[in-house]
Design a protein around this ligand. Structure first.
Ligand code: AMP
Length: 249
């Protein structure tokens, strides 16, 4: 089995996001960047399938600027066999990313494509679903458990109503939830070995797909500041404040 894993470079989840003064976006200058957290789960799951003998090859793919290579090197250090860097210095919307990934899928013919359930920068939660639609492949989204069967996989999905278990035929698209596994840290020898693994370079513009953005971002602003809380001395005081000041009961 061949697994393609899409990994995105995003602002690290611990960073305090700063909105640019002109409201045109968020500041990324000198800001720590990392792999999108659920994409770490996606790589981890692919590596586990390889370790259990169910997968033969893992290919990591990213679409982004020069520095997106760091994300690929991390995936290679954790256990991906090779990587594909589709270069683009501009932000590409999920539909454009899905079209690029479709091209890579047609070339590589994987049995499974793993993605994160959502990118923490744009919070779109669209790319996996769009890729499944473009390929007409079955999909399992928000996946927190995977059981491999012959020519099919059983996946457990995290939904608002609880856990849903479905069986899907291969080839398939899987979007990974943070509960899927515990991503491992890469060891120093593996980080060194990863430097020698092959990274294919492609240019987004040369793939023959329409990646023009369709959404116009009007403004980015910080959420309104929250007022500080207060301590009340009794339940009676709390009820009185909720009734007379907040007017919520
Ligand atoms: P989104 O639909 O933007 O929330 O992203 C969902 C998932 O799609 C991410 O967790 C990644 O696995 C994948 N993805 C999105 N953008 C990229 C990108 N530029 N390069 C590689 N993978 C991406």
């Amino acid at each position: 089995m061949k697994i393609l894993v899409a990994v995105k470079r995003v602002i690290d989840y611990n960073v305090q996001i700063r909105v640019k003064e002109d409201g045109s976006g968020v500041n990324t200058d000198n800001v720590k960047m990392s792999t999108n957290p659920p994409d770490d789960n996606a790589i981890e799951e692919a590596v586990k399938l390889k370790e259990s003998g169910k997968a033969k090859e893992i290919i990591a793919v990213t679409i982004g600027g020069e520095k997106a290579q760091e994300t690929l090197r991390k995936a290679l250090a954790v256990g991906a066999d090779r990587a594909i860097h589709v270069k683009s210095d501009n932000y590409i919307e999920p539909l454009g990313i899905a079209k690029i990934l479709k091209k890579i899928v047609e070339k590589e013919k994987p049995d499974l494509v793993f993605l994160g359930k959502q990118a923490i920068d744009d919070d779109c939660n669209q790319t996996g679903q769009m890729l499944a639609g473009l390929l007409s492949w079955p999909q399992g989204t928000f996946v927190s458990k995977i059981l491999h069967k012959d020519n099919a996989i059983e996946v457990t999905r995290e939904t608002d109503e609880g856990l849903e278990t479905i069986e899907i035929n291969l080839p398939a698209i899987i979007t990974c939830d943070l509960r899927l596994n515990e991503p491992r840290f890469s060891s120093l020898p593996n980080i060194m070995k990863a430097k020698k693994k092959p990274v294919e370079q492609l240019n987004a513009k040369d793939l023959g797909v329409d990646i023009a953005n369709r959404i116009q971002q009007i403004k980015v602003e910080e959420p309104p500041k929250r007022k500080g809380g207060i301590k009340v001395s009794s339940v009676a005081e709390l009820v009185s404040k909720l009734k007379n000041e907040a007017k919520v009961i």
